[in-house]
Design a protein around this ligand. Structure first.
Ligand code: ASP
Length: 312
């Protein structure tokens, strides 16, 4: 069997260690394990990295503790507006969607946009209309409701502030990030990346983060790497993070590790941007850098154990 590899994240905004209970930690581990297993099963059978990243992200979207799909945060208007994108490193084809409120799995819609819309990026009600026409599963507001997200929104809903996922201002003043993503290398040597998010609690004005933006939150190119980001989207958009890493490899000859460390631990830090990413290259090298206290993550190379981590 040829080698394959996969990595997933559930956001670079972990609950701080002293607030994490053993029970919660077990739930997060289970969510990560289910998702990486969903992707790995496909890779193990010789399936495509594109199918694998979609399957893993669907599993993460269906797991309510992460900020994507079910479990997405509330907007200022008390809604959910989800963003997602997917990219195929073989063809450089991509699909993206922003501000959809009733699509059960936005990453699946992004995939169908890539394949059937003739466009790359759709948004809002018209994107939902396209989803409906394509027979994609829709869900009512009640499906996306979770008490924890509602309570997070109550804390800030009457203010102008928006919150990154798991913000815990009372305890620490720290900002936290949600979002989920997956990158994979399949046995045919093809890379793919996928990212999905509910964005920021209390976001307004149709705000869109980096997650659905090809080149910012998501990028894949067989010649270089596949990347999925999590962090303060406004900075990740301005730094064009995912494409920047690919360019450092393609044009400057940096290794995956050198490129990731430079962007996440130097460039973004100097900009004041918190977050992290998962990255994989065509040799199966995996990098999971972050400049926050933790990042929900799991990774696996074929023939090796699955590794799950939350903190450093
Ligand atoms: N990057 C996401 C956004 O800005 C947030 C996150 O990663 O939690 O929408």
């Amino acid at each position: 069997m040829k080698k394959y590899a996969i990595a997933i994240h559930g956001g670079a905004g972990t609950i701080l260690r002293h607030l994490m209970t053993a029970e919660k930690e077990m739930q997060y581990h289970q969510g990560l394990l289910d998702a990486i297993t969903a992707g790995e099963l496909i890779l193990n059978k010789g399936g495509s990295s594109l199918d694998a990243v979609e399957a893993a992200v669907i599993s993460l979207e269906n797991f309510s503790l992460f900020n994507a799909g079910k479990g997405s945060v509330f907007t200022h208007k008390g809604m959910h507006e989800m963003d997602a994108s997917i990219m195929d490193g073989l063809t450089l084809e991509a699909g993206a969607v922003s501000c959809v409120s009733h699509v059960k799995n936005p990453i699946h819609l992004a995939r169908i946009i890539k394949e059937k819309s003739g466009h790359v990026f759709l948004s809002g009600l018209d994107a939902e209309d396209f989803a409906y026409q394509m027979g994609i599963e829709l869900a009512g507001d009640e499906y996306f409701y979770t008490q924890e997200r509602f309570d997070q929104w109550q804390e800030v809903k009457d203010s102008d502030t928006y919150q990154l996922d798991h913000s815990d201002k009372k305890e620490t003043g720290e900002k936290k990030f949600g979002t989920v993503g997956c990158v994979a290398l399949d046995q045919h040597g093809n890379l793919a990346a996928a990212t999905s998010t509910g964005g920021m609690t209390n976001k307004r004005f149709g705000r869109v983060g980096d997650s659905p933006m090809i080149g910012a939150g998501t990028y894949a190119n067989n010649k270089t790497c596949a990347i999925s980001c999590t962090g303060h989207g406004e900075f990740f958009i301005r730094a064009v993070v995912a494409y920047d890493i690919s360019c450092l490899i393609e044009y400057k000859g940096l290794s995956l590790k050198e490129a990731c460390d430079f962007v996440v631990k130097d460039k973004l830090v100097k900009m004041g941007a918190e977050g992290g990413l998962i990255a994989i290259d065509a040799y199966g090298n995996i990098e999971l850098p972050f400049n926050t206290p933790g990042m929900y993550r799991a990774w696996k190379n074929s023939g090796e154990e699955t590794k799950l981590r939350i903190y450093e």
